[in-house]
Design a protein around this ligand. Structure first.
Ligand code: SAH
Ligand code: SF4
Ligand code: F3S
Length: 480
């Protein structure tokens, strides 16, 4: 393993130098890939499977961009690839299990294709016990790297192609941001934009601060420049990404906060819609609500994870707000934007959660009325404070609560979703529907609409009458 401690984010000059160095590796990789393709009589094929959140999705777009620049052809089918990368997530235990399960399958594929290269990266790889397990029990894995050395993927790719021996490179912090690497977007018309990396919140159940490291905000000028480039390249909608976007700017000396950044991004010509994820209730400012309300480009949707409706549990989770504060934020948001969509994350079965605590969560869902909620069974993450807490809730108790919560969320979501029936909303058309003659897109409130149309509409924003609400989505007709 590489150097471990004392890594700091390098100066701009050093960042640029490293970016140029990595681009040289991209060139070298292109040469190697061309040679190998000639030997094999066909193009080399790469595949990336992404687990986890939007951050990982964005990281995978960078990996894909590097593969493309090196001359690989991308495939959705890992079985036919020459190199497969799994970009992993470790937020809950089932995410880890999923990766191990899939690795078993990859091993059987590789037995029939001995030259195949298998690589693992992402959050799981920042955990020492995981790397140890793979080192010992998964000898067919050729390349392991972490979240902090994504910037060096071109170099790691060249080494993997040349050295033909296992490479394990994990850093404990981020020296260089992977900003200047080529990127291959999933959609031509929308894109994620990292505004910050890492997390400093240390919610007691959460592994993210340990695997993604300390919070780093990108300079606002760099973010705006990236948005301008994206707009010039046909992007209409950007999603500003961070684990807690509301604390944007705290690590900079620019004196800018998230509200200021959002306002500046909205001024970029060509960008018609701006979304962001994720907001932490403790840092949601009145100024942000004002900027949202005053700016029609900002989508009328806020994902505001509440995690629990019980003050006692929120305290034990180290969330730094209580139920009343959350309710007040919702009130302020709805006062400023009456039709805003609200979605949330909720954890069931946090250590010590009683029936009464759980009922507080149920009643909060009822009171707030969420457009949807992602519900999770608490999962013990080694190394987090909650893992050592007493009174872990038995699985069957947590599971029964989970089912009750799901039923409550469904009632709330169906009621909320139907509120736009009959109205006309702008839809950004994203893809063809499986059903012929239909395409699918989203309104500003993030609700999905299936509408009559054809492929030529993909990437366009069209006014659509929302004719019928089908529970969680709409059927609509374009308004001509
Ligand atoms: N930064 C975001 C969330 C990132 S993780 C935020 O603070 O809102 C996404 C969601 O996973 C969290 O909101 C939480 O609900 C859930 N989660 C995180 N750790 C978990 C754990 N140990 N068990 C169950 N759910 C968890
Ligand atoms: Fe995890 Fe909390 Fe950070 Fe979100 S804010 S990533 S839940 S520690
Ligand atoms: Fe998972 Fe890492 Fe995201 S742990 S949720 S992929 S930051």
């Amino acid at each position: 393993m590489s150097e471990k401690w004392g890594i700091q984010l390098r100066s701009d000059e050093e960042q640029n130098g490293e970016a140029a160095r990595q681009m040289e590796f991209v060139d070298e990789a292109r040469g190697l890939v061309a040679e190998l393709s000639e030997q094999m009589g066909r193009q080399l094929i790469s595949h990336i499977t992404t687990f986890g959140c939007q951050m990982n999705a964005r990281d995978s777009e960078k990996l894909r961009g590097i593969f493309a620049a090196a001359g690989f052809t991308d495939t959705d089918n890992e079985d036919e690839a020459d190199i497969v990368i799994y970009n992993t997530c470790t937020v809950r235990e089932n995410a880890d299990e999923h990766v191990y399960g899939r690795l078993g399958h990859l091993n059987s594929v590789k037995r029939k294709k001995p030259g195949m290269i298998i690589g693992l990266c992402g959050c799981m790889m920042q955990e020492q016990h995981v790397v140890e397990k793979i080192r010992k029990s998964y000898p067919f894995v050729d390349l392991i790297f972490g979240t902090h050395n994504l910037y060096a993927f071109p170099e790691l790719l060249v080494r993997t192609l040349k050295e033909k021996k296992r490479i394990i490179e994990i850093l404990e912090a981020t020296p260089y941001l992977p900003e200047s690497l080529p990127t291959e977007r999933k959609y031509p018309f929308k894109s994620g934009v990292n505004i910050m990396y890492g997390c400093n919140n240390f919610c007691t159940y959460c592994i993210v601060p340990y695997v993604r490291g300390r919070e780093i905000s990108r300079k606002s000028a760099d973010i705006i420049q990236e948005c301008e480039k994206l707009a010039a390249d046909g992007v209409r909608e950007v999603m500003l990404l961070g684990q807690n976007v509301n604390s944007y700017g705290k690590t900079l000396d620019e004196g800018i906060g998230f509200a200021g950044l959002l306002d500046a991004v909205c001024k970029v010509d060509g960008i018609d819609r701006v979304r962001f994820m994720t907001s932490h209730p403790k840092d949601l400012s009145d100024e942000l609500i004002d900027v949202m309300a005053g700016n029609p480009k900002v989508c009328r949707h806020m994902h505001l994870p509440v995690q629990s409706g019980s003050d006692r549990i929120l305290k034990m989770m180290n969330r730094h707000y209580d139920r009343e504060h959350y309710r007040m934020l919702v009130e302020n948001l709805r006062h400023a934007m009456p039709d805003i969509s609200l979605t949330t994350d909720i954890i069931v079965g946090f250590p010590g959660e009683t029936e009464e605590d759980f009922e507080d969560t149920l009643s909060l869902v009822r009171e707030v009325g969420f457009d949807s909620a992602y519900t999770f069974l608490y999962s013990v993450r080694t190394g987090t404070p909650a893992a050592k807490m007493e009174n872990q809730v038995p699985y069957d108790v947590a599971h029964a609560r989970f089912d009750r919560l799901l039923a409550e969320v469904k009632v709330s979501a169906e009621k909320m979703c139907s509120r736009f029936e009959g109205q006309v909303h702008n839809v950004l058309v994203e893809e063809k529907n499986r059903q012929p003659g239909l395409v699918t897109g989203r309104i500003s409130h993030n609700l999905v609409v299936h509408l009559t149309g054809d492929e030529s509409m993909i990437g366009q924003i069209v006014p659509v009458r929302l004719i019928q609400c089908k529970g969680f989505y709409y059927l609509g007709e374009p308004v001509r």
